[in-house]
Design a protein around this ligand. Sequence first.
Ligand code: MG
Length: 296
Amino acid sequence: MSFFVCDDPQFASYVLGNAPVKQLATGYDWVEGPVWFGDMGCLLFSDIPNNRILRLDDAGVSTFRSPSNFSNGHTRDLQGRLVSCEHGGRRVTRTEWDGRVTVIADSYQGKPLNSPNDVIVARDGAIWFSDPHYGIMTDYEGYRAEQELPCNVYRVDPGGRIEAVITDMACPNGLAFSPDERLLYVADTGRMFSDDPQHIRVYDMVDGRPANGRLFHTIAPGCADGIRLDTEGNLWSSAGDGVHCIAPDGRRLGRILVPERVSNICFGGRAKNRLFITATTSVYSVVLNRKGAQCP
Ligand code: MG
């Protein structure tokens, strides 16, 4: 069977016909938040319901942090440090080189955050994160709690000042900048009204803030959770049947089929061309003929 479905002939040059979608590890409950550490040759990812961050390398899987405060999304900052969204801690943290954990944000206007979900770092060092309510709705992926804030996207500047930069989405989730940081993509996994599509929105970055938000693409089947860009500005998104590749003009170019529902993705590997895929109970990877844009 082929792992790839082309919607546009262009996609055939993005994938490698003899590169498999390979299951690297399995047996978890719901995995998310893959982040690549080339310097250590490992991938970290969250097994959220089991309250742990795992480390995958050539020797296998080991525990990186447990308990993890029900960590979800991760990234690395400009200095290579791990930045994590914690459902349980209702905060975004940075792990310093000596292992100490520093809180980057845990409240807005005096109220606790909901459950930070996905995080990216801009070239100016600002940390952007989404704050939907998934981690406080039940005790499965965190601790059930009352929601005190809307589901916003926040920016924390290098000085620590927090600002709500997107306030009109139902459940903002995955975030990614275009390679030139002129565009911000945000996946909305909620619905403001019952007939709203779960969609990916794109914003122009004007004076460092998102503006002119508009529909970019609607993923089907399933919806977009985690998203990443390649160096040419194509957007790769999680979907119900795998990973979809969307051109900068919003057209779907093709699909990578994965046997489980995909949550998040990240680029990594020796040449930044290996796409790591967290999907329900397993981690997969596939080597592509594209390189990741936001890839340390
Ligand atoms: Mg997410």
